[in-house]
Design a protein around this ligand. Structure first.
Ligand SMILES: NC(=O)c1ccc[n+]([C@@H]2O[C@H](COP(=O)([O-])OP(=O)(O)OC[C@H]3O[C@@H](n4cnc5c(N)ncnc54)[C@H](OP(=O)(O)O)[C@@H]3O)[C@@H](O)[C@H]2O)c1
Length: 285
């Protein structure tokens, strides 16, 4: 039976990769930092092993007898040459044949991004690769932005009138699972976006209709945004978020592709489907 190691298994995309792979004829191994917590979370036949990019002593056991790897760079990791690249080399050395890597839309054009460096490394490593260059996750709205929606009926994002080709993490996972279980996806890159580009005005309207209460798109300035987000996430992440929303404001995040539909044989989920599937997440208690 094919054996796949999923890194970032407790994360936004990885957790769907684990559950979707579990439905295939695949032995799923979740590489996690806290094994006992992961065992409580996953189905009993999902193997949970200790894996930490910062602890090379955990790599050998995690990579043992693995055919393919789903690779997620932890968002806080900037020095990929020091931690992620050696892990890729270690996996290749023990026979991991294929790495499906969660990258970001536009990574190939921006050498400053850590994803660019990971892609470069994978291209020269002794493995086949598949890059999932994902657009902005719809799930971000249920993460760091949820409190604004639930407590203030606000979408609090400094993206002006710019559009974004939001993608549902469940669909990114599905493209990743296809790449892991089917043949023909080796040494390819997919630009994984949702089916439409939306402004945050349009997103607010979708939320208002689905939640049956008015959600207003507030367009904070960068400083106002940074002050509020600083209470929720570390400053380096606030800076990253400002960069992402500036890109959207400038109209550089709106590219829609058909890659997900071509791989999945169905269109990716719309924002409306995402919000309707998650109404409880955004409901006021
Ligand atoms: N958010 C977006 O819109 C977006 C768009 C395109 C690309 N991306 C990229 O997607 C990646 C993040 O994916 P995600 O959002 O699915 O992840 P996530 O929800 O942020 O979760 C991070 C995962 O990394 C694991 N992790 C953290 N530190 C680790 C370490 N030292 N060793 C091993 N695992 C570690 C965490 O496990 P624990 O349970 O142990 O903490 C968790 O499973 C980033 O590279 C990001 O740049 C994001």
């Amino acid at each position: 039976m094919r054996r796949v190691l999923v890194t970032g298994a407790t994360g936004t995309v990885g957790n769907h990769v684990v559950s979707q792979l579990h439905e295939e004829a695949v032995h799923v191994r979740a590489g996690v930092r806290d094994v006992s917590r992961a065992r409580d979370r996953f189905e009993h036949d999902i193997e949970c092993v200790h894996f930490d990019f910062y602890k090379p002593e955990t790599w050998g056991r995690a990579f043992e007898d693995v055919d393919a790897l789903f690779l997620v760079r932890p968002p806080s990791m900037s020095r990929v040459g020091r931690h992620l690249a050696p892990a890729i080399d270690a996996a290749a050395r023990v026979g991991v044949a294929h790495v499906v890597y969660l990258s970001v839309l536009g990574a190939e054009k921006n050498p400053l991004l850590p994803h660019h460096r990971v892609e470069d490394h994978l291209r020269t490593a002794d493995v086949a690769y598949t890059f999932l260059r994902a657009s902005f996750f719809m799930q971000n709205l249920a993460g760091v932005h949820r409190a604004d929606i639930v407590e203030r009926d606000e979408l609090f994002v400094p993206a002006g009138d710019g559009q974004t080709s939001f993608v549902d993490a469940r669909d990114i996972a599905a493209v990743g699972v296809a790449a892991l279980v089917e043949s023909g996806h080796e040494n390819r890159a997919y630009d994984v976006t949702g089916p439409e580009a939306l402004s945050y005005h349009e997103v607010a309207n979708i939320f208002s209709a689905a939640l049956d209460r008015d959600i207003e798109y507030v367009r904070p300035g960068a400083i106002e945004f940074a002050i509020r987000m600083r209470r929720r996430v570390p400053m380096p992440l606030v800076v990253v978020m400002l960069g992402i929303y500036t890109t959207a404001r400038l109209g550089l995040a709106k590219r829609v592709t058909t890659d997900a539909e071509r791989v999945l044989g169905r269109p990716p989920r719309t924002m409306r489907e995402f919000v309707e599937d998650n109404v409880d997440v955004f409901r006021r208690d």
